[in-house]
Design a protein around this ligand. Sequence first.
Ligand SMILES: Cc1ncc(C[n+]2csc(CCOP(=O)(O)OP(=O)(O)O)c2C)c(N)n1
Ligand SMILES: [Mg+2]
Length: 505
Amino acid sequence: MSFVREPLSKATAMQLFKNLCLARRSEEYIDEHEPENLTRTPMHTSMSQEFACVGVCTAPERQAGVFTSYRSHAAFLAQTYDTDQVFSGLYGCTSSTSSEDEKRRDPEEFRRMLDQEYPRGRLDTPEEAAAAVAFLCSAEASLVNRQHHGRRRPEPGPLRHERRFGRHDGQLPDGAASVSSRQPRSTIDSPPGERLSVKDEAIYRRLFRTALLIRLVEERIIELYPTDKIQSPVHLSIGQEAVAVGVCDGLRPDDLVFATYRSHGFYIAKGGSLDAMFAELYGRKGGVSGGKAGSMHLSAPEVGLMGSSAVVASTIPHAVGAALSFKRRGASRIAVAVFGDGATEEGVYHESLNFAALMKVPVLFVCEDNGLAVHSHRRVRQSYRLADHAASFGIAGRRLEEGWDMLAIRKATLEAAAKVRAGEPFVLEIVTSRYKEHVGIGEDFHFNYRTRDAVDAWKRRDPLIVDQKLVAAVRPDIEREIEAAVAFAEASPTPGHAELLTDVI
Ligand SMILES: Cc1ncc(C[n+]2csc(CCOP(=O)(O)OP(=O)(O)O)c2C)c(N)n1
Ligand SMILES: [Mg+2]
């Protein structure tokens, strides 16, 4: 990596020295006086790392606003050159102090000391600048060699001051643009068109039945919704069933799944009770959470569906935490974080990847990539590709385009889960299609954020639409199951006043 550097003007170089001296000497002063207990705030010094912010703040566009972290002395001084403000703030006093004790905290004392060593206006010649550099070098040496009040000093930066500033030749140091040496372990591309054998008819029928159950459950919800018996908003996953079914079938029964508000499919595919699900949607006592959680917060811990949440991305770190627990206990179980493509824009997704990669916890990240977040398409939201992004954390990833293909998803999950069980987190992105609107039972093509053609193209590959012979064979049995669950919900009592405050936080 290389970049072209403008030669530094003499004036800019001088200003850099000045600001650097100011920042370094200020903090040394604070440090030397620490035993006097003058400072009233926690102190985050930046000794030996002043260069970056001093360099930025001394840039010609100095009038630009600067937002800094709590480690802000150097940036503040470089921007303002106002030691009074810094010391008044740190010492909790104003410059018009009166008592003897407060006089000792007077920033003037520092200014006098600084002016003595580096009188302002005397850094304007190369000789004075060289003297400043010498001072900085010795200051750094003192940081390395000297034990200040018995405390550990910050490590010096890899480059010494003279290599950065000392030659007066306007050259910046080499190596400033070094890049992380961390390389991804591997990134696997989707196998082109690979399928499990269609001879494995039994597996296909099992997956198909569960997928059709999910589809028909949600179609029943659409019928019931106008009656207002369902007390909760519903995020339907019609079109996405293959993801839930393929993933859950590729897991072991005691693996845990953490899901989202669009999780009827995962709840059912993991084996949650249909009766308790409908009762939950109805807000009845027989529901999975006594009718208080609704569609967006389904859970069935008895079968490993640990929870789902309306707060986008919030269950991802829960999965990572569960995986850490498995690792610590030496269990061979894995945790699965299921989330949408929009959830990857949340900071917690990135934190979770980082933690999982560092700790090597057995977590499988499954992205249900319908390309949509409410009414916006991914192309206007994301500048990254998920598997590549995961690779930057050292996590292997795979993007599976055939999100209608339950067998392909199952196989991909089995392969990914094997790696995860061996202690490598994995990101599995499965492309899919949401047929209905974001929330509710209708369609939303009138918002023009996606096209009906794209959804129709997906439907032409959807086995639950294409394979009508198999639909006809299993549908009656599934419908009986659903009607029994609806009847259970209707018969279940509503929670009374006595339960108003139970099972809630
Ligand atoms: C933390 C948070 N931010 C914003 C929202 C509002 N919100 C609800 S769903 C959603 C889109 C999420 O898209 P995605 O993760 O792709 O899931 P999908 O709905 O496509 O399944 C947003 C932004 C929220 N519920 N929580
Ligand atoms: Mg989405």
